[in-house]
Design a protein around this ligand. Sequence first.
Ligand SMILES: [Cu+2]
Length: 186
Amino acid sequence: MSAYPRTRLRSPRAARRLGAATALSVLAVFATACSSSEPAPDAPVAGGDRITMSDQWIKAADSGMSAAFGNLRNTGDAPVTLVAATSPASDRVEIHEVVPDSTGAKTMRPKAGGITIPAHGEVTLRPGAEHLMFMDLRQPLRTGTETSLTLTFDDGSSTVVRAQVRDFAGGNENYAPGTEHPTHGG
Ligand SMILES: [Cu+2]
């Protein structure tokens, strides 16, 4: 009989306790959200930190097109794909591959999907094979100077290397069948 009034008397306190518990759990959620935004100890290392480029160089040219080469090494446990490159020396840099055209002559074209460097593996960019095409030089590339090259990978990370400008006379593939582009070192 007296249970109902007692319950009513206790209920404001119970409500306050419930309120405090709710506030605590909200704090707990915030704390969890904060800690989960920090990188986990086993977070994957960015592609830009796993790829090193060595022996990189770019063909000397006065204007128009040129191409950069070198050895890309992946020090990580997962493949990394090079998806883009830029340089202050050229308005545009493309990732190219060299393939036989219908007559069997070598021709080059943009490589769809970029260049994948396997885990603990390497890919060599060289004349007559995959290369980074400088499509439109902003100024002459003189032998003995350097230019920087920014490589961007499939996880959005990037790395910057310095490439030496060298004389090179070989590897004259056509840019595309039937076009009037000059031959070049790509
Ligand atoms: Cu090319």
